[in-house]
Design a protein around this ligand. Structure first.
Ligand code: ADP
Ligand code: ASP
Ligand code: MG
Length: 440
């Protein structure tokens, strides 16, 4: 059995959704299809939710109506039979009525998650109507019945495995299953989600849970590119990389993959393939245990980073100092991305401002604290790169004239990370493209 995940743009237009069917039908083995919301939907739902939270109900209502109009047009182009159009209209009526009711209820975090879930619920239900119209036999598996997270927002892989296999057992002879990406239930039994871009994570969790032959992530680009294609023009897809390399790239900003989506596949040794719906014959990127060759594979950038420096003469020759610093971040459950130390100072980076004031206040007990916002981490990722002299020389040779705030080298043999003020990001990515890949 395999998993095929289609992202927002892959189902973003009626003709794309129709094309997904032909991609699915090429399979000889049973498949679980994971769908994202139709492109743009989650962004609009996020805006609606924020507006309701701020009491801006008029604007939220306008957005709901506009979204409904778009979906009405979408189904008209997707479906050709009146019976299926009627079914789809009923689905839209149900979900948009729900959004309109929410407008009248007082806002809560849980309600906001309900709003965000509408995108995936809609895309899968509409896709199911289309499959029915085409006479393609399938089963709709509601993710909210088996996908769950614990108190720490971590997926409950054991329970997901059990619940999913029970559901699959019920339909032993079926070859095609459709399910929602992104959405799940939390420990309170409320609707929750796996964070933005989380459909990739759903796909990899399902692949792990069913021990799939492969987890295919179908998107709008032909694989993991060697640099950020949103910034640099001349980029190329990497044919093969290791789970470690892919995880580093996803974590450090390669948007093509959700940062957490690699570990389930890695743990259960399931190959991940990144493929392009618009160019299905392209090789894409295959992610497996073994890295191919030594060298730099790709560069990625993570934005909105905050650097914090704690300077203290008390650190000199002291032990236990770092523990105290890290405990402050642990207390507020804020993960640290990069760390560098000198004899009298420690610099760390975080990617959230949520508890910044509290963290700075508590850190002040240990020394002088300086905060630099609007920073970007640029990560150079590959196999054994930090052990290869020539690569290190090339890397530092290609980043001249850019003020580097921090360098993390040696933490992993697969990654060298640089912290720069955000305004230097594009320049640095371009210089690295020239310097590391001889591409301009
Ligand atoms: P989907 O909606 O299918 O999940 P995403 O928008 O989440 O698609 O991810 C695909 C996008 O990721 C690409 O269109 C591309 O702009 C962006 N991206 C960023 N970095 C990379 C990279 N290194 N390789 C490929 N794509 C990348
Ligand atoms: N629809 C969700 C988002 O836009 C999840 C996903 O597409 O992966 O973030
Ligand atoms: Mg995505």
């Amino acid at each position: 059995m395999k998993v095929m995940k289609f992202g927002g743009t892959s189902v973003g237009k009626p003709e794309r959704m129709q094309q997904v069917v032909s991609l699915i039908q090429k399979n000889t083995e049973p498949v679980i299809v994971v769908l994202s919301a139709i492109a743009g939907t989650t962004n609009i739902l996020t805006e609606i939710s924020e507006e309701i939270a701020h009491g801006d109900r008029i604007s939220a209502k306008q957005k709901i109506d506009l979204l409904e109009k778009k979906y009405r047009q979408f189904i008209k182009a997707l479906l050709s039979q009146s019976a299926s159009l009627e079914k789809a209209n009923t689905i839209l009526a149900e979900h948009f009525e729900f959004l309109n009711i929410i407008l009248k209820i007082s806002f809560s975090e849980a309600l906001s998650k309900d709003i965000l879930a509408q995108g995936e619920l809609l895309s899968t239900k509409l896709f199911s109507v289309y499959l029915e119209e085409k006479g393609v036999e399938h089963v709709l598996l509601p993710a909210l019945e088996y996908m769950s997270i614990d108190h720490n927002h971590e997926p409950q892989i054991g329970s997901i495995k059990v619940k999913l296999s029970q559901r699959l057992q019920k339909h032993k002879n079926k070859k095609l299953f459709i399910t929602q990406g992104y959405i799940c239930k939390n420990t309170k039994g409320e609707i929750d989600n796996l964070k933005r871009g989380g459909s990739d994570y759903t796909a990899s969790l399902i692949a792990a849970a069913i021990n799939a032959s492969v987890c295919e992530i179908w998107t709008d680009i032909d694989g993991m590119h060697n640099n950020d294609p949103r910034v640099v023009k001349n980029t190329k897809a990497v044919e093969q990389m290791s789970f470690e390399e892919a995880a580093e790239l996803a974590y450090f900003g390669a948007k093509i993959l959700h940062p957490a989506s690699i570990w389930p596949a890695q743990q259960y040794n399931i190959p991940v393939k990144l493929l392009n719906t618009l160019e299905p014959e392209a090789k894409g990127t295959t992610i497996v245990h073994k890295a191919s060759g030594v060298g730099v594979k790709a560069v990625a950038a993570k934005d909105n980073i905050i650097a914090i420096r704690i300077k203290s003469s008390r650190m000199l020759l002291a032990f236990g100092f770092l523990r105290k610093i890290f405990e402050v971040f642990e207390k507020y459950k804020v993960p640290i991305d990069m760390v560098t130390t000198s004899e009298v100072a420690v610099s760390v980076t975080i990617d959230s401002e949520d508890y910044l004031k509290d963290i700075v206040r508590e850190l002040s007990a240990y020394g002088t604290v300086e905060v630099d916002k609007k920073q970007t981490i640029i990560s150079v990722v590959g196999n054994e790169i930090a052990k290869t002299d020539l690569i290190v020389k090339k890397l530092f040779g290609s980043i001249m004239h850019i003020p580097i705030r921090m360098v993390a080298y040696g933490g992993s043999p697969h990654n060298i990370s640089l912290l720069v003020p955000a305004e230097y990001k594009d320049q640095l990515l371009l210089q690295l493209n020239k310097g590391m890949f001889s591409l301009s």
